[in-house]
Design a protein around this ligand. Structure first.
Ligand code: PCA
Length: 329
């Protein structure tokens, strides 16, 4: 019987092969502002696991949640610079770069999951092109459940918005609050508990999902399910990081991304159901806006849309037109 003892030469070859394999495997970092309780983060972790499995460890992605690695506003610049390889942001925080990024926070455009997905499909080419200018590749975008209003009292009259300090997740929602007569404050999701406990805000606009993961019942008593809009998160990577991967790994990554998008929209729907139930279980009164409140929301929304139209360029306006035509067919 031959022994398995390696000659020095064989040993050297084996070692250098192992070294080559190690040098080859890519280790990526991904930053998200959302915490571990968020279905978006859970989906991202599943995506990372799928990628590692599909590539036999050739590409591993470590997801840093809750803004622990990079703050929300710094995520896109960091991926652009190559400090990190991948990131997730609330798409509409990019509205200063281009108004197309905030179409999913406009009332009356897409008020259901199906419409929100159609809106994503209609705007994806333009968004992909804008990201490409910055050396970025979008991987997937996923809607949050519809946005509603959390208050510490039942919301029965439009006048209640006067002077109300309302936490909002982006500039557009802040404009909406101002149109209603309220005082908006932009606050990151992870800072919601502090904003309430230090008395900085009285109310907030967000989804059932964030209300649930941030334990809204500790601060407010009512959720007005106003179905304002279904805003999205977008996950993207650095083109440079992508180009360093071999073709098979690139393909596996894109396939896992397509699956993550499909799974994410499903998770969002399910999360809306479980979150609504959790809000009620914890004593939050969930209701639809009454006529007076609905009329005020509509008026504030119309103003918001008109303002967006005045800022949007022809390509963005055409994307919305296209989307509306497709809905009608
Ligand atoms: N949750 C995030 C974005 C929209 C949502 O539903 C937030 O409120 O910050």
């Amino acid at each position: 019987m031959r022994t398995r003892i390696m000659t020095p030469l064989l040993l050297a070859t084996a070692c250098s092969l192992a070294a080559a394999a190690t040098a080859h495997a890519a280790e990526w970092t991904m930053a998200t502002p959302y915490g571990d309780a968020s279905f978006h983060t859970q989906n991202n972790r599943q995506f990372a696991q799928d990628v590692a499995e599909a590539t036999n460890g050739e590409l591993t992605i470590t997801v840093h949640s809750g803004g622990s690695l990079v703050s929300h506003g710094e995520i896109k610049p960091s991926v652009r610079r190559g400090t990190i390889d991948a990131g997730e942001v609330f798409l509409s925080i990019l509205s200063n770069d281009d108004p197309i990024f905030e179409v999913d926070t406009l009332p009356g455009v897409a008020g259901s999951y199906d419409d929100a997905f159609a809106l994503w499909e209609a705007t994806k080419p333009m968004i992909t092109e804008l990201f490409a200018y910055e050396g970025l590749i979008p991987l997937y975008a996923i809607a949050w459940p519809a946005q509603g209003i959390y208050t510490a009292e039942p919301l029965t009259e439009a006048e209640q918005f006067e002077g109300l300090r309302v936490r909002a997740p982006n500039i557009n929602t802040q404009r909406f609050v101002s149109n209603l007569g309220g005082n908006p404050t932009e606050t990151e999701e992870s800072d919601i508990p502090t904003a309430f406990s230090t008395g900085r805000v009285d109310a907030m606009i967000t989804s059932s999902s964030t209300g649930n993961s941030m334990a809204a019942w500790d601060y407010v008593s009512d959720y007005t399910d106003a179905n304002l809009w279904l805003p999205k998160n977008i996950v993207f990577i650095s083109q440079r990081s992508f180009d360093r991967l071999d073709e098979a790994t690139q393909e596996a990554l894109m396939e896992a991304a397509a699956r993550a998008e499909e799974r994410g929209w499903e998770m969002s729907r399910e999360n809306n159901d479980t979150s609504m139930a959790a809000l009620e279980e914890h004593g939050i009164t969930v209701s639809q806006p009454n006529e007076a409140v609905a009329a005020a929301l509509q008026a504030a929304g119309d103003e918001l849309f008109a303002d967006w139209q005045s800022r949007a360029d022809e390509e963005a306006l055409a994307a919305i037109e296209n989307y509306r035509e497709q809905l009608n067919n």
